[in-house]
Design a protein. Structure first.
Length: 421
């Protein structure tokens, strides 16, 4: 274990509080993805309608749009470790409620949407709070390593969570979706123990006499008056809108494109995205200089557009190799998209002062998660009208066009990327 922590790739793990944060984030991420896949499958199986899947995903992500500014204010005003611990407890409780309701075969759409929305609120507060803890747990020179390792667990949890949960689907003890909801609760419960062990004390600079709207305005003003931060967040918004809003159409891709009748293929697709995320972020965490890191940014950005485009064409093919090819492309998508998000998160974390970091990270999540909420809603609806393969193709082309335009016209942006990363 010591030899692993002494390696450059895992340098940040030698700091105990970060190690506890890292483990808790991985387990909480496993909880989210087993929840998301299990619930999506139950809804698709029950209603046969991708629009309803899109509504549930939309409800779970809508708090990123509605609650993020207030979440940032709260994470800057109160002790971040205590706040994170409370969010983990609340998440555990509602994951248990959802599992019990599925066992009772009680999951009317409005009830499921309400629970998904409530869990989304807790997650919206949890993420900027935990993200704001990390810069206080490792030295600044290890910050990129810490953020990429944290991202590797968060995105890689798609792999680890479903690696554990998906094989149980074939046992015919419970419905596949019910099994995944059970694992969602268990993962979240254990993650709560690890977040409890963190000792880091961190509070932002929200003063007691500053009202909530003035505090939020301070964060918004910082983003929109800092040209570099604004361009980073704008690029993240386009990335999330076009190529990271596929959760609502992956079930229909598995069901129609891969002839999946149990939900197992869907689980394996999400697993491979997670596996790609782990590999991409571990490669990024070992990058030794700014030049290599900036090349990773360009490659991950362009790959985020190219590989969904390729997946759209594979989805229209037939034959024994389609599933294997789809897994490989999903792996590449995971590696590119998670690396891209890790790099942009690192840029924001390095530029933003600690006193307003919670607010800025929550607004970062607002632009990412809020847009993904509407993206999933729109794509889920469109998948019932338009061939889903065209949705992969069109969104891939749209982001590819945007990123090539930015990289070719905003030369100062490229220079700033190299200096920050």
């Amino acid at each position: 274990m010591k030899s692993i922590m002494n390696s450059a790739m895992f340098a940040s793990l030698k700091y105990q509080d970060f190690r506890m944060t890292w483990i808790s984030n991985m387990l909480s991420g496993c909880s989210y993805w087993t929840f998301s896949v299990g619930l999506s499958w139950l809804i698709l199986k029950e209603t046969g309608n991708s629009t309803n899947v899109g509504l549930v995903i939309f409800a779970s992500m809508l708090p990123f749009l509605l609650v993020s500014p207030f979440a940032g204010y709260i994470s800057d005003k109160y002790d971040r470790k205590t706040l994170a611990f409370l969010m983990y407890i609340f998440n555990s409780f509602f994951c248990l409620v959802l599992f019990i309701s599925s066992m009772l075969n009680f999951y009317p759409l409005l009830f499921v949407i309400s629970i998904a929305f409530i869990l989304g609120i807790f997650r919206t507060i949890q993420e900027p709070t935990v993200s704001s803890l990390i810069p206080n747990q490792v030295p600044k020179e290890n910050l990129l390593n810490a953020i990429t390792l944290n991202a590797a667990t968060r995105h890689g949890s798609r792999f680890f969570g479903l690696l554990i949960g998906t094989p149980f689907i074939g046992l015919n003890i419970l419905d596949g979706g019910q099994f995944l909801l059970l694992f969602s609760f268990l993962f979240q419960l254990v993650s709560t123990y690890f977040i409890f062990r963190i000792k880091t004390k961190s509070v932002g600079e929200s003063s007691s006499d500053e009202d909530i709207f003035s505090s939020i305005y301070k964060g918004i003003k910082y983003i929109y008056t800092n040209s570099l931060v604004f361009l980073i967040i704008l690029t993240v918004a386009f990335h999330c809108a076009f190529v990271m809003s596929y959760e609502s159409i992956m079930p229909i891709f598995a069901n129609q494109g891969l002839n999946d009748s149990t939900g197992a293929f869907l689980g394996y697709l999400i697993m491979m995205f997670g596996a790609g995320s782990v590999v991409g972020n571990l490669m990024l965490s070992s990058a030794s200089n700014n030049s290599i890191k900036s090349k990773y940014f360009v490659i991950s950005a362009i790959g985020s557009g190219i590989f969904p485009l390729m997946l759209g064409y594979v989805g229209s093919l037939h034959g024994d190799l389609v599933f294997s090819i789809s897994l490989f492309i999903i792996f590449l998508i995971g590696g590119c998209q998670s690396s891209f998000m890790s790099l942009t998160t690192t840029m924001i974390q390095k530029v933003v002062p600690d006193g307003i970091r919670g607010r800025i990270m929550s607004l970062y999540l607002l632009h990412a998660g809020g847009i993904m909420a509407f993206g999933n809603l729109i794509l889920g609806n469109m998948a019932d009208i338009v061939d889903y393969t065209w949705l992969f193709r069109l969104t891939g082309v749209a982001f590819l066009a945007y990123i090539l335009f930015i990289l070719s016209t905003q030369r100062r942006f490229k220079a700033d990327i190299i200096s920050i990363i």
